[in-house]
Design a binder for this molecule. Structure first.
Ligand SMILES: Nc1ncnc2c1ncn2[C@@H]1O[C@H](COP(=O)(O)OP(=O)(O)OP(=O)(O)O)[C@@H](O)[C@H]1O
Length: 296
């Protein structure tokens, strides 16, 4: 289990990036969802032992990893937001280099281990290609290969799907889901779909605070009967934005399809009740913090 206790990080400024985070994570995929600047990267870096918190504890299976970083090092796989690459190396050589840096050893030798890991992330076909020719998704999978080396207890992935095309994103989802079967995977993202697809539990973070800790189905259930949808003109959309809480406004075949949250009362003319999505819940939670969901 990964337990986070009263984690605070104040940068010089001062900027209070984390304002007392408490979380308990079991095996499986846990999502940390929040807008840009919410504190996700700060949180991931503290938990990964790369940034010292101002105060608080990070316990992995009962051991305080801030006090004993060597305990964490051999049990952690980390895929940072900006994963540095040597563009002129082949995938295989790049990975072997990262494994040596990480100190991961194998009786079969580092190159053999690199090949095995490339196979696990479905990159064998490109093992002899230079990394500079890799697509965004292939780079992320290479990053994941180094993160899973040494069979870590905890894997931390920071916004891994940003910039991936839909096909690459789905491929990445399958890999992550498989990894989470036996370990703790902590995924930070601002993409609601990442959480909807992958996470049975997740937390929403905003301005350095956890504003909800829940599951996608639980949070959707809280909004049942309160989400309405209509197709409207651009002028109508402007006035709806002034009077309603709009959870989503998208263009569908050239028409504005707008969803609103309304608790009680009659919805505006033309709006019909629809099943809530996680996107609706995310918007409502960030704006008003839903009652009834675990909050801190
Ligand atoms: N080194 C730093 N010094 C001062 N302030 C910082 C530093 N790093 C981050 N911050 C601030 O701390 C807050 C949280 O930033 P953080 O990068 O953790 O958020 P995030 O949720 O990961 O955002 P993004 O998705 O944009 O990466 C922001 O207000 C940011 O400007």
């Amino acid at each position: 289990m990964l337990s986070i206790r009263n984690l605070v990080k104040v940068y010089p400024g001062p900027v209070a990036a984390l304002q007392g985070i408490n979380l308990d994570l079991q095996n499986g995929m846990f999502g940390l969802l929040g807008p840009n600047g919410a504190g996700k990267t700060t949180f991931m870096r503290v938990v990964a032992g790369l940034l010292e918190p101002t105060s608080g504890e990070v316990l992995l299976d009962g051991t305080d990893v801030i006090k004993t970083p060597q305990f964490l090092r051999s049990r952690l796989g980390y895929l940072p937001q900006d994963f540095g690459l040597y563009p002129h190396l082949t995938g295989e050589k790049m990975l072997a280099h990262l494994l040596r840096l990480k100190g991961v050893e194998s009786p079969k030798g580092t190159m053999a281990l690199a090949r095995e890991l490339l196979d696990k992330v479905n990159l064998s076909f490109a093992s002899q290609r230079k990394v500079k020719t890799y697509s965004g998704g292939m780079r992320q999978r290479l990053g994941l290969a180094q993160a899973i080396a040494g069979d870590p207890r905890l894997i931390i992935v920071d916004e891994p799907t940003a910039g991936l095309d839909p096909e690459e994103r789905v491929r990445f989802y399958y890999l992550l889901a498989e990894l989470a079967e036996k370990r703790i995977v902590l995924l930070s993202t601002h993409i609601v779909e990442d959480v909807a697809v992958l996470c049975s539990r997740f937390a929403m973070i905003n301005r350095g605070r956890i504003v909800a800790q829940t599951s996608p189905s639980e949070v959707r259930k809280h909004l049942e009967g309160n989400i309405y949808e209509a197709s409207v003109s651009t002028a109508e959309l402007e006035s709806i934005r002034k009077s309603q809480m709009v959870t989503q406004a998208i263009l569908v075949e050239g028409t504005n399809r707008v969803r609103i949250y309304q608790k009680g009362g009659t919805p505006p003319i033309g709006f019909i009740g629809v099943p809530p999505t996680l996107q609706d819940a995310y918007f409502v939670t960030l704006r008003s913090e839903l009652p009834g969901i675990t909050q801190q």
